[in-house]
Design a protein around this ligand. Sequence first.
Ligand code: TXA
Ligand code: MG
Length: 354
Amino acid sequence: MLADINKAYRTSLLKPTRENIDLCAKNLIKGELVAFPTETVYGLGADGLNELAVKKIFEAKGRPHDNPLILHVADIKESYELAYVDDMAKDLMKAFWPGPLTLLLPKKSIVPHMTTAGLDTVALRMPDHDVAIRLIKAFGGPLAAPSANRSGRPSPTRAEHVLEDLDGRISAILEGGICDIGLESTVLDISSRPVQILRPGAITYEMLLPYCKDIVINSAVLAPLSPKNPVLSPGLAHRHYAPKGLLTLVEGSDKNVISKCKKLYDEAISSYKKAAIFSFSERKNYYEDRYVIDMGSLKNTGQIATKLFACLRQMDKEGVEYILSEVMPPQGLGLAIMNRLGRAADFRIIYADV
Ligand code: TXA
Ligand code: MG
């Protein structure tokens, strides 16, 4: 039996059998929290139309109340009850749902303010994961679900990451192995024009262009917020993904980046710091016997995305204090990777060519 929400939990790690999914759906109906896998990252689900249940998400995560949640649906038609869906939204849903695209649309009154953090828009997404869809269907309504991490930590791409962050704080975790994509969904604001990418993900700018002629990438995606960059998505304003150690990105020509990383790494080691260099499969050997984390091959950005959050979590587990990371071109999925790395580094960048 699963624990009651008002007591301290013994968080159960459950295989996604039919019986367990039904059990989790019952818990959600009671207003409890259940973590579940999606194709992007694990989500922390609650009844999205029940303010008390949604409030528990903010408490379990330690999430600021001004940061709105995504409602997850199992069917395109369900979104019509939650938001005003125009033709462009319908075309995008047809093209990319189920999948890693979250759409911001004007909300209908059925959606509580707790879910949208008082905003007039609601974020909707249909995940492309069998366990997520079965859970939403068994529950019978939209599930509010942020990434299932403690606020500020990298999003969880494995059930054990959820357990690391939320053990004792939620009733259950449905297991679903490693998330295929590994980075959160693209957040696209289509509630006003021009359409705007607030958070890049696996549905890339290039893929969206045929559906929305005028599309801009929010300036906060690759740069810190400033008075010139208004906060369109409250989530962008908060510290995110950051490992405990100091992470710095190193940019420039290959040769200069490698020699800069070596020099800074060696300085850190000589002052007795535990250090690491995030590099790519093609380049890792240039660092000889230094501690290198291979993020994956530059020819396979999907692999880099899948591993990135696990690499950041590994740094905390190993107590690494000083991390240098190479960068990659911010095109295609590279934009989402550089957005997460940039935010994890608080946009601390060293230019190796100057
Ligand atoms: O892939 C994903 O999107 C995962 C899985 C679980 O579906 N979910 C996820 O949720 O990443 P979360 O809460 O960690 O990120 C949602 C982002 C936040 O940056 C939030 O500020 C933004 O979406 N957001 C949600 N509703 C919004 C709204 N009405 N207006 C502006 N931004 C919104
Ligand atoms: Mg999150």
